[in-house]
Design a protein around this ligand. Structure first.
Ligand code: NDP
Length: 281
């Protein structure tokens, strides 16, 4: 499944929407110097600018306190020119991530990690959901992979990928299994999957013989190795699967496209073009 090609089309469509909506501001906050995070921030900014979205790059030193970080979030909450706020994770270990996510105005929460938006997803009335699983649902739709009634297995249960992925698949009527580090027999679970989504962060955690013949395999993993960037799925699985997303060029570009889509969606909420539940007028 070619995520890069679909992402390019989505981004071109978003550009038209941005022209129609007027100026949209997306602010990112990066705390510390994590090299991978710096790359992700750069890619998000380049994509935002290419779509005509004004990207605001706020950086704080590694030793920033919880209060200082949340004060910056508040400043951006109050800034009317900012439609979306993204706090890049992982945050330094002394910062309580959940508290930072709670500090973001839910209507600007383009990563969908505020408990309000996570709750909306749980209820099945999505407001702003995490970009990676949204992008995967778009890929499945694009390639007409049947989801209703399919057995979907999600490996990984993070708040940003695994859990929201399982919920989105469930809302589309898949029969969903969630696996994690304590799963007793991972291969037995993955072999039963019509749709297998892998978000672990470990190269080749899924071997070719763990994949059901004719299934759809979505590789979320991004592992930097001496051989370059690799996913969580051994590429040999492509011989058994009907579809496999490549790394790079699969889920990664879709994540960025859906982040921009969330920024546009947040702008629509803020301009009252879409109703945001409980939002005061
Ligand atoms: P986390 O580290 O937050 O979660 C990893 C999950 O994998 C956990 O639930 C963990 O279980 C589970 N796990 C660990 N080892 C095993 C194992 N041996 N068998 C089964 N499950 C296991 O990672 P993220 O969800 O944030 O990211 C996962 C990967 O996806 C990373 O490589 C990341 O870089 C990549 N990523 C890629 C994106 C993209 O756009 N392409 C976007 C976001 C992430 P437990 O809960 O029990 O610890």
């Amino acid at each position: 499944m070619d995520g890069a090609a679909l992402a390019a089309r989505i981004r071109a469509d978003l550009r038209d929407e941005v022209v129609e909506l007027g100026e949209i501001g997306l602010a990112t906050i990066l705390v510390g110097e994590d090299p991978a995070s710096q790359i992700y921030i750069r890619l998000k900014h380049e994509a935002a600018e290419a779509a005509g979205i004004r990207a605001v790059d706020r950086r704080l030193p590694e030793q920033t306190s919880q209060e200082e970080l949340e004060a910056l979030v508040e400043e951006l909450n109050d800034d009317d020119s900012i439609d979306g706020i993204l706090v890049q994770t992982p945050l330094p270990s002394h910062i309580e991530e959940a508290s930072v996510m709670r500090a973001i105005d839910p209507v600007k929460d383009v990563d969908g990690l505020h408990p309000f938006n996570a709750g909306q997803l749980y209820f099945g009335s999505t407001t702003l959901a995490p970009a990676t699983p949204l992008g995967i649902m778009r890929l499945l739709a694009e390639y007409r992979v049947p989801v209703a009634g399919a057995h979907a297995v999600v490996v990984g249960r993070s708040l940003i990928v695994g859990r929201p992925m399982a919920l989105l698949l469930l809302h589309e009527n898949a029969t969903v299994t969630i696996c994690h580090s304590r799963t007793r027999d991972l291969a037995a679970e993955t072999l039963a999957a019509d749709i297998l989504v892998v978000a672990v962060g470990q190269a080749a955690v899924i071997a070719p013989n763990m994949v059901k013949a004719g299934s759809t395999v979505v590789d979320v993993g991004m592992n930097r190795t001496e051989a370059g960037l690799v996913g969580d799925v051994d590429p040999g699985a492509g011989d058994r699967a009907a579809y496999l997303t490549p790394v790079p060029g699969g889920v990664g570009p879709m994540t960025i496209a859906m982040l921009l889509s969330n920024a546009v969606r947040a702008a629509r909420f803020r301009r009252r073009l879409l109703a945001f539940p409980g939002h005061s007028v």
